[in-house]
Design a protein around this ligand. Sequence first.
Ligand code: X2X
Length: 364
Amino acid sequence: MNSLAGFHFLKRIQIIPVIFFLLAVVLRASPAEGFKKEYKLQVAVGPTFYWSQGAAKFAELVEQKTGGAIRVKPYYGSALLQGAQLKVVQLVSKGVIDCAFESTINISPVIPECNIFSLPFFINTFENLDRIENGQTGEAIFEAMKKKGVMPLAWGENGFRQITNSKRTIRMPEDLKGLKLRVVGSPIFIDIFRSLGADPVNMNWGDAITAFQQGVVDGQENPAGVLIPVQIWQFHKQATFWNYLADPLILFWNKKQWEDFPQKIQQGIAEAAVEAAQYEKALCRAGLDGETSIRLLEQKFNHEMAVPDPMGHLREQKMTVTVLSDRERAAFKSATQPVFEKWAEKIGKDLVDGARADMAQLQE
Ligand code: X2X
């Protein structure tokens, strides 16, 4: 071997492992390269709410089920929206926010089908709510979301909404006369409370808490899972459990981003969504559906409820908790009938009839 050939030989054996090494790095890195360091998850309420505990569970499970490839970070209290909770679908569909775990009320400005849950005195039991979510209505809502550029992954829950106030016990429609009530900024809420003679005001959730503290409003409506962490008894002594409408949550992702994920990643995220939503739903139902959710939490999630009896807890805080009789409920149902009809028409007869058919299904 002359000296020049020797030089080439040496060069070759040094270069070959380097090439292999570089190739290996590139190949290993490339699937992860398309991923962001952090995927931002919008949540309307603060970190202590069950809803947010569900979001945290989702983040934890996504990391686990994607082998650490995808990291979701929840941003609580609509921080990504500067409080404007009703803009969530717009921003997720544009990809400004990656994903969200959100109330159907906050989704409803872009997906009007979601108003089906806000029809007053329409869906009255957890069983009916589940049948709607799992039936043709749920499917129609998920299809509508896909058409607007967001990929729905699972149903969670905020709960049936109840009313609290600082003035008087509410048992009949006339008890609402003149009460100034904070409602979420969706127009059906204004219609419902005006029809009952109250004085509803739209407010984002962030501003609502300040309004309760300052006594700017006499009352508000939200599910037990919100009343407890916000310690509503500090502001209102009266609560009426009237299950007047349902407030499910949906976990969803920007559709374009979703479609670009490899199938394995999609599968991991989808499984995480279903499991986290099941956990969150059980937290919100615990103590309100007999033993069902409490048992599920203990057996599947090894979780013991700190507040196993939400109504009892409110009473312990010296609130008067009123549960409507069938007759009282019927009075509210008939007083809100014109609003029901107006909105049933807006939402579409097919969807409303479909929801009725879902509710009539016998459970398997
Ligand atoms: O704003 C509300 O009342 C809340 C927190 O329940 C929703 O996001 C719909």
